[in-house]
Design a protein around this ligand. Structure first.
Ligand SMILES: C[S@@+](CC[C@H](N)C(=O)[O-])C[C@H]1O[C@@H](n2cnc3c(N)ncnc32)[C@H](O)[C@@H]1O
Length: 239
């Protein structure tokens, strides 16, 4: 039986298994050098595809803030359009890997990275960015941290600025949620055993972006409805 002949439920489950292999990321975060390579393999190129979509939404010449920049893979793509990226990450190993990328890809002066958690975002200057991006980070945060991070993203953007967030979300129907829970369970258990870490599908990412004050301009769902790319815009000042 070829892939085309397989029942739809089976294909959905397979897609979910591939996507949620990214839970492996929690395990790989301690090994940044192999992180991007492994992520690309286990997700069969989907993580790169998602990052390309995020990067493609960034206006030419934009000043961009990246929340949880990891090894700087997204920043490197964003810099094909943006003028500069300011990234931060709470993991010293990730920051080290991102700084190595800056050297290897000659991004010095255009990509700056700080060792910082989202709780440090209140130290960033108001209205100093044209776009804020983040992939696969918010699902690692608590609801309070997400609220804080999105509120700060809104504060540091210029009026009219963009937020582009891609992450794991909770599927909207009971059937898909059940499928998602089943396919995700073994990886969650393994992740917890190895790293004591967890990721949490975000119940309503678009709603949280809206609650932070943005106009939500798009929500692209994929991978069995369990992944979302949400775009929002800070309203331009009136008058
Ligand atoms: C799954 S990785 C994704 C990395 C990168 N954004 C990417 O898409 O390749 C999650 C990243 O979020 C970072 N992170 C987790 N909690 C954080 C926090 N509170 N503040 C900043 N970064 C955080 C981790 O260190 C890790 O680099």
């Amino acid at each position: 039986m070829g892939p085309k002949d397989q029942p739809k439920g089976h294909l959905e489950a397979r897609k979910e298994r591939i996507l949620f292999s990214y839970i492996f990321m929690k395990l790989l975060e301690g090994r940044p050098r192999s992180y991007d390579r492994t992520m690309d393999k286990v997700s069969r190129g989907r993580v790169l595809e998602i990052k390309r979509s995020v990067a493609g939404k960034i206006p030419e010449g934009a000043r961009v803030l990246e929340i949880g920049c990891g090894t700087g893979e997204l920043a490197s793509m964003v810099l094909t359009r943006a003028s500069q990226v300011e990234g931060f990450d709470v993991s010293p190993k990730m920051v080290e890997a991102a700084r190595r990328r800056i050297q290897e890809e000659s991004l010095s002066g255009r990509f700056r990275v700080s060792l910082m958690g989202v709780d440090g975002m209140d130290g960033l200057a108001e209205a100093s960015f044209d776009a804020v991006v983040s992939t696969l980070v918010l699902s690692e945060l608590s609801p309070d941290e997400r609220r804080f991070a999105l509120g700060e993203a809104h504060r540091v953007l210029e009026p009219g600025g963009l937020v582009v967030i891609a992450d794991e979300v909770r599927p909207r129907t009971a059937g898909r949620r059940a499928l998602h829970a089943v396919t995700r369970a073994p990886m969650l258990a393994l992740t917890y055993l190895v790293s004591s870490g967890q990721t949490h599908p975000i119940p309503d990412l678009a709603g949280e972006v809206r609650d932070a004050g943005f106009s939500v301009t798009g929500e692209e769902r994929s991978h069995g409805d369990a992944f979302a790319l949400v775009t929002g815009q800070k309203r331009a000042e009136v008058g």
